[in-house]
Ligand binder design. Structure first.
Ligand code: TPP
Ligand code: SF4
Ligand code: MG
Length: 299
């Protein structure tokens, strides 16, 4: 492989190219939905990092939150339920010169899509994954999700949830994620810092966001979180200490931490995988190396 293929594709005159902004499609979310804060944070993070629209792809699944790629001027791929991660991985592996962001909801990512998520985290694929965690299925009008708390009455649990909720932060730590953060859509500036950090991180950047569904979740509201969240960075948390990250991830009650739980630099999937390490696939010759030898065996 020629050396020139080894470097990711870089935009020659990045500063002159349009940076990601709002698209012409206006968000269809209910007034007051937490997801407005998340799309604003992603837009501001990309602007801060001056990444041109043409180099950004946002992939999503299905849900209110998964409509997000429509509302920004980057490339977007609105996929199927629970499949934002394999989509994002495929895009990233096709051209790892791109900035690839996967987005979606708690149902999409921690329910139907949870298997993909775990494996992407343990692979340390260089992606950013932002979940709008409203602890409910919003789009389908208010059923319990994997992050709904025990006792919560929803359309699908009229007498209250009886299953233990998934904790996305502990799940990410257990799966080997290398950048694990939690934000709140009621604090867009703080969330922007976390998303920008995830995009810059060398590896899988996970940001779980408390993003209240004002229509179907009357428990986990903006006020609920405003009264409880505190910032890890103000509490002296060391994000390189995995044991401390574990301890903080278990906190839920009067005080709930947001911020960067854990971050570590280790090689990414693209660094270790031989073909990807040689450069973005989009710049590599098509076809199977040594295919004649393989075909000779069978023909
Ligand atoms: C395979 C499949 N199963 C179920 C559905 C129905 N469905 C659409 S969105 C959704 C859940 C959405 O919840 P979440 O991911 O939390 O997103 P939110 O709407 O809350 O943002 C479900 C169950 C579907 N579209 N496809
Ligand atoms: S139903 Fe809930 S999650 Fe969906 S747009 Fe409305 S407030 Fe947002
Ligand atoms: Mg949801």
């Amino acid at each position: 492989m020629a050396d020139s293929l080894a470097a990711p594709i870089v935009t020659p005159s990045a500063t002159q190219l349009p940076i990601v902004g709002k698209s012409q499609t206006k968000p269809t979310w209910c007034p007051g939905c937490g997801d407005y804060g998340v799309v604003a944070a992603i837009e501001m993070a990309l602007k801060r990092l001056k990444i041109p629209s043409k180099d950004v792809v946002i992939a999503s699944g299905i849900g209110c939150s998964s409509n997000l790629p429509h509302f920004l001027s980057s490339y977007g791929f609105h996929g199927i339920h629970g499949r934002s991660i394999p989509l994002a991985e495929g895009i990233r592996w096709g051209n790892h010169g791109l900035t690839v962001i996967a987005t979606g909801g708690d149902g999409d990512g921690f329910g139907i899509g949870v298997g993909h998520l775990i494996h992407a985290m343990r692979r340390n694929v260089k992606l950013t994954y932002v979940t709008m965690d409203n602890q409910i299925y919003g789009l389908t009008t208010g059923q319990a999700s994997p992050t709904s708390r025990i006792g919560q009455k929803t359309k699908s649990t009229p007498t209250g949830v009886i299953e233990n909720p998934i904790d996305p932060i502990s799940l990410a730590l257990a799966s080997g994620a290398t950048y694990v953060a939690r934000g709140f859509s009621g604090d867009v500036k703080h969330l922007t810092d976390l998303v920008a950090g995830a995009i810059q991180h060398k590896g899988f950047g996970f940001v779980d966001v408390f993003s209240p569904c004002v229509t179907y979740n009357k428990i986990n509201t903006f006020d609920f979180f405003r009264q409880r969240v505190y910032k890890l960075e103000s509490a002296g948390h060391d994000p390189h200490d995995i044991v401390a990250a574990w301890q903080r991830s278990l906190e839920w009650g009067d005080k709930i931490p947001i911020g960067l739980f854990y971050s570590v630099d280790i090689p990414t999937y693209e660094d270790l995988e031989e073909v990807l390490a040689a450069g973005p696939l989009v710049h590599q010759p098509c076809g199977l190396k040594g295919k004649e030898k393989v075909l000779d065996e069978f023909i």
